[in-house]
Design a protein around this ligand. Structure first.
Ligand code: MTE
Ligand code: MO
Length: 425
């Protein structure tokens, strides 16, 4: 009889050694082989999960992440807002890879909490300067031709706390008001065409069914171009927090226009709520003038690892430097990475799909010599826009705005691998 759990079992040991050798062959340089040489207990000791049956198939009808991933969560900043119903939390960008944000990790921004809507009671009304005012049930919307698209959503206030200088210690907090989701829905133009927008109809006013009755004005050209009525995110129904059962998707444009819990679209000949709205779409300049209608989220990037919440744990040698880049004007063409605060730049490797107005993932595979680094990334989009330095941004716009900060982020890496949010000039 052979005891399958006995570490002394010769065939099992041979198998493990084979596996470890394969690992050594694949890993680069100093990263491989160390564990095997040190008679690693992870190899020599039998673990519980190797000995006992695991959970049965129905233990979790809706699957959850491994308990060992419990630290991968959205986080808020307590002093930022007075109440959590009109507040914000942040995507843990430093814990993610690829370009898609898992549904449970998409940052939340609510003005009056997350409305929980009974889908059979939800209606979408379209009226105003249309030939035929219409009301749709969710059933009606689910019978229209669908499209699938991957888009980022960034709040205009993302990185807003960093205008005057380095402040929050982690890309979750400095850059985490962004997520990237694979949406399924109906093109907004489909229902606008059904209703028949009059030639005088120049703007749409979408409105949410939450207690904030959020309304925004969007030019008809954008509405007819690539806006979507989304009912699914990453394959499943929208999450309550993201506007279940229906949200507006406004690709590349600032997050506040992506009305959640969408219940009404009015077509008009001018933007609504002039006074309230212009403050939302306006960046205050140094001389008191304002940049109006800055809707596109401009080209931007950030290194997500290493970063303050993701220090280097393994010492010098092979190091994966990775991050995200995006632009409201289209795809990302190139990302440059600097290890020395912008003196020298290398072209990063873009890997993964490149979708219009979506997050792009980049890598720089570095051989770290163990000395301090000033990590930076600089993105260039398909229109040729280059991500500016923070000083360039301030020279152009001053420091009175909290919106549209797409400046280059610097992380200082110490010799012990810890990372800090800094600015050098
Ligand atoms: N109905 C409604 N829609 C809304 C909001 C809201 O409070 N109510 N917040 C807006 C803002 S400011 C942003 S940045 C995005 C955030 O979307 P998310 O919560 O899915 O990340 O939703 C927008 N749509
Ligand atoms: Mo926002």
């Amino acid at each position: 009889m052979t005891d399958k759990t006995n570490p002394a079992n010769p065939s099992r040991r041979a198998l493990l050694r084979g596996a470890a050798l394969t690992g050594t062959a694949l890993a680069a340089g100093a990263a491989g082989g160390r564990a095997m040489a040190a008679a690693d207990p992870a190899i020599t000791e039998i673990q519980d999960w190797n000995r006992y049956l695991g959970a049965g198939v129905d233990a979790a009808p809706y699957g959850m992440p491994s308990p060992h991933e419990a630290h991968v969560v959205r986080r808020g900043v307590s002093w930022l807002t007075a109440e959590n119903t009109s507040s914000i939390n942040f995507t843990p960008l430093h814990e993610l890879d690829g370009i898609i944000t898992p549904n449970g990790l998409c940052f939340e921004r609510h003005h009056a909490g997350a409305a929980e809507i009974e889908p059979s009671m939800h209606r979408l009304m379209i009226h105003g300067l249309v030939d035929t005012p219409l009301v749709f049930t969710m059933q009606d919307i689910l019978r229209m031709p669908r499209v699938n698209k991957v888009y980022f959503l960034e709040c205009a206030a993302n990185s807003g706390m960093e205008w005057r200088g380095a402040q929050l210690n982690g890309c979750q907090f400095t850059h985490g008001m962004v997520h990237c989701v694979h949406y399924t829905g109906v093109k907004l133009s489909t229902i606008l065409e059904m209703a028949g927008v009059r030639t005088t109809g120049k703007w749409i006013l979408p409105e949410g069914a939450d207690a904030s009755h959020m309304t925004r004005s969007i030019p008809i050209e954008k509405a007819m171009d690539d806006c979507m009525l989304a009912f699914r995110m990453n394959g499943e129904a929208l999450r309550t927090e993201q506007g279940h059962p229906l949200r507006l998707v406004v690709p590349g444009w600032e997050g506040n226009m992506w009305v959640k819990w969408l219940r009404r679209i009015k077509v008009g000949d001018e933007p609504w709520h002039h006074r309230e709205e212009t403050s939302k779409y306006t960046d205050l300049l140094e001389d008191g003038r304002a940049r109006r209608f800055t809707w596109e989220q401009e080209v931007k990037s950030v290194i997500t690892s290493p970063s303050p919440q993701a220090p280097i744990a393994h010492g010098k040698g092979p190091l994966v430097v990775t991050g995200l880049a995006w632009s409201g004007y289209g795809t990302i063409k190139r990302v440059d990475v600097s290890l020395d605060g912008g003196r020298n730049w290398r072209t990063a490797r873009l890997d993964g799909p490149s979708h219009d107005k979506a997050l792009h993932r980049f890598y720089a595979d570095v051989d770290w010599d163990g000395r301090e680094m000033f990590l930076m990334s600089r993105a260039i989009d398909e229109k040729g826009f280059v991500q500016p330095t923070k000083d360039q941004l301030r020279a152009a716009r001053g420091v009175n705005s909290i919106y549209h900060n797409n400046g280059i982020q610097t992380w200082h890496v110490s010799t012990d691998g810890t990372v800090e949010n800094v600015e050098i000039s």
